[in-house]
Ligand binder design. Structure first.
Ligand SMILES: [Zn+2]
Length: 250
C-alpha cells in the first residue's frame, strides 16, 4: 500500500573528528531540527518577504508566456496580411543577410555545446556522465529559495517537534541515517524533517539538500515504522546523487 503512494512523490567536503562529531550530533537531534525550521519560518516572514515572494515568480512566468503567445500571433498575422511583393522583399532581405544568420546559429550551437560539456559531471555510484544545469552554488540557492517557499506554504500546518508524529518521523529518520552513515552524502549532509498536518495529502517529498517533508496523510497509511522507513529511505535516496554534486563539486 505504501509503495503505491511512494511512487507519487517524485516532484523533486577529508572529515576531521570534530566535524564528524558535529554531524553526528545533528543527526541524533533530528527532532530538534524542527526548532530551526520554525526559526527560519519566522525569519522568512519578518525579514525578507519581498525578496522571497513566490507570487512575483508566478506572475512573471505567466507574463512571459503571455508575451510569447502574443508575439507569435502578431508575427503570424503580420505575415498573412503582407502583400506578395512585400513578402518577396522580406525573403530577399533574409537571403542577403543569410551569412549573419548562419553565424548567429553556429555561435549559438557552439555556445550550447560548450555549456553542455562544461556541465557534465561524473555520477558517483554508476560512474556515468550526467548533465547538471546548475553549479552547486546556484543549486543551493534554488534549493534554499524553494525550501522557504515550502515553509511559507505550510506554515500554519507544520507540527512542532514535541508532537508524536514529529517524534515518530525523527526516530525512523535517525535510524536510517545512522544505518547508512558510511555513505559520505548521508554522513556529511545536514538533514531536516518537517511534518505537515494535512490528512488529505498522502505524500512525502524532499528538497535536493535533504529537507524532507512528510504529510500526516502519509503517516496515517504507514501502519508501522518499517513502512515509514521505506518512504523516508525513498526520499533520502532522491538526494544522494544530488548531494554528491552539492557537497563535493565546489
Ligand atoms: Zn520519489
Amino acid at each position: 500500500m505504501v509503495s503505491r503512494h511512494v511512487n507519487t512523490c517524485c516532484r523533486q567536503n577529508s572529515r576531521s573528528k570534530q566535524m564528524f562529531t558535529q554531524t553526528m550530533a545533528k543527526k541524533f537531534c533530528l527532532n530538534k531540527t524542527r526548532e530551526s525550521i520554525v526559526f527560519n519560518q519566522k525569519c522568512l516572514i519578518h525579514l525578507s518577504p519581498k525578496r522571497h515572494n513566490p507570487l512575483v515568480a508566478i506572475v512573471l512566468r505567466q507574463a512571459a508566456k503571455f508575451v510569447a503567445v502574443l508575439t507569435g500571433r502578431v508575427v503570424r498575422k503580420w505575415w498573412r496580411e503582407l502583400p506578395p511583393n512585400k513578402r518577396q522583399l522580406v525573403i530577399q532581405w533574409f537571403a542577403r543577410h543569410k551569412w549573419k544568420f548562419g553565424l548567429l546559429l553556429l555561435s549559438s550551437v557552439l555556445a550550447f555545446v560548450a555549456y553542455y560539456t562544461s556541465h557534465l559531471v561524473d555520477t558517483p555510484i554508476t560512474g556515468r556522465k550526467r548533465f547538471i544545469a546548475f553549479t552547486p552554488k546556484q543549486l543551493k540557492e534554488i534549493n534554499d529559495y524553494e525550501f522557504e517557499v515550502q515553509l511559507e506554504t505550510y506554515k500554519h500546518k507544520l507540527l512542532p517537534s514535541s508532537h508524536e508524529m514529529s517524534k515518530r518521523v525523527a526516530r525512523v529518520a535517525t535510524q536510517l541515517l545512522n544505518a547508512n552513515n558510511d555513505l559520505p552524502q548521508i554522513h556529511d549532509n545536514e538533514w531536516s524533517i518537517s511534518v505537515v498536518d494535512d490528512l488529505n495529502i498522502k505524500n512525502a517529498f524532499v528538497m535536493p539538500s535533504g529537507q524532507i517533508f512528510v504529510f500526516s496523510g502519509m503517516l496515517a497509511i504507514c501502519d508501522n515504522d518499517q513502512q515509514l522507513g521505506v518512504v523516508l529511505a525513498h526520499e533520502m535516496a532522491h538526494c544522494v546523487q544530488c548531494l554528491h554534486h552539492l557537497l563535493y563539486n565546489n
